[in-house]
Write a protein that binds this ligand. Sequence first.
Ligand code: ATP
Ligand code: MG
Length: 413
Amino acid sequence: MSKNTPKAIRGTQDIFGADAEAFAFVVETFERVRRLYRFRRAEFPVFEKTEVFARSLGETTDVVSKEMYSFEDRGGDSLTLRPEFTAGIARAYLTNGWQQHAPLKVATHGPLFRYERPQKGRYRQFHQIDAEIIGAAEPQADVELLAMADQLLRELGIEGVTLHLNTLGDADSREAWRAGLIDYFGKVRGDLSEDSQERLEKNPLRILDSKDPRDKAFLSDAPKIDAYLSDEALAFFESVTSGLDAASVKWTRAESLVRGLDYYRHTAFEFIPDEGSAAADALGTQSTVLGGGRYDGLMESLGGPATPAVGWAAGIERLIMSIGEREEAPLEAMVLVEHDAGLAEANRLLANLRAGGVVAEIMATGSLKKRYDKAVKQGPKHILRVNETGYYSISGEGDTSRIVAAINAETSP
Ligand code: ATP
Ligand code: MG
C-alpha cells in the first residue's frame, strides 16, 4: 500500500472470510425464521429527510443530538443516513398508505450509520436485522415478536442470552413516573454526573440508563414504574408475560430498563448475555444484542394517525461476535483438468455437479504437478481427474454417490 492510498473511514469495516460467512448465516437464518412467522420482506432507502429521525426519535436523544450523519444535498435539503430502521419504516407506512395492510408484519436488514466512538462491537457503519408489527395494539403482537426473536437467537446457536423485559406503561403512567424521577433525582442533583444533570430536565428516564458511577449510586433506590402503572398498563404487561410463559420464552424483569428513544410505550426489552457466559465474554461491555419495544406514539410524531406498533432490531456484528466464526462451505468435488483437451468435458461435469447441489471447483492452470498440488491444498473431499480424452476418475475417501448422481443426472438443455 502506498502512502497516498486512501484509508477506510474510521468505524467502518471490510467484512471477509469467516466473519462474512457468519454475517450471511445470520441473514439467512433471519430470512428463514421471519418466513415462519409470516413477516413480509421490505427494502428501504438508506437516507431520509433529517426530520424523519429528528421528529420520531426526539431531539434530546443521544442519536439525534450527537450521532447522526446529516448533510445538505445539492438541492439544499437536509438529509440523514439512517441511524435506525423504525423511523424510516414508519415514514414508508404513512407515505405509501400501508394502513391497508395492517396489521403489517415487516422485516428488513441493512446498514445503519451513527457517529459514535468506535470500539469493539461499536461502529460508525453497522448492520441490523429488524422486525416490526405495525397497526397491532394487542399484547399478542408483543408476544409474537418476542417469540420470533427468541427462536432466532436459538437457531443462531446463541446461548446464555436472556430477555430483559420492562414496561414503560402508557402515556399517563410514563408521565407520572417521569415526574417521580425528576423529584427523586432533583434532590441529589449536585451529586449526579454532568450528563445526568442535563438529562434531569430533558429526558430523566435516561438517567436510569447511565453507566457513570456517580449516578449508579442512586439508581437502586430510584422510583420504579410499577408504582405508577395504570390498571390498563398493568393488565397489558401481564398479558405479555403470560403469553411469553405459554410460548416458553424465558425472560427476567428489568425494572430500570429504559430504551434510549422517546417513542417507546408499554413493552421495552433487550436480550443481554448472562454474566459469565461465552457471549458476555465475546461482547464485553457492548452487551445488548437485540433491543426494541412498543412505539404507539411514533406515527403521530410524523403527522400520521395514532398507530400502535412494536418492533426490534439486532446488531449483526454483535450477533456474529456471540456465534463466533463460521467455516466457508467445504469443497466436495475438485475437477482437476490434466490436459487442456479435457477442458470441455470438465466444464460439462462441473455444470452437472453444481446443478446437482455439489460444492465444486475447477483447477485448470499451471503444470500438471502444480495443478495437483493446488487442488489438494484446497482440501476437497474428492478429486475428479479429467484426462485428455475426457475420461474422468474419482479419488478420495467416503461416499461418492451424490457426485455420481449429479454427473449422471439428465440436465435440461
Ligand atoms: P447501545 O446501548 O449499545 O448504544 P442502542 O440502544 O443505541 O445500543 P439500538 O438503537 O437499540 O441500540 O440498536 C439495536 C441494536 O443495534 C443494539 O442492541 C446493538 O446490537 C446494535 N447497535 C447499536 N449501535 C451500534 C453500533 N454503533 N455498532 C454496532 N452495533 C450497534
Ligand atoms: Mg447507542
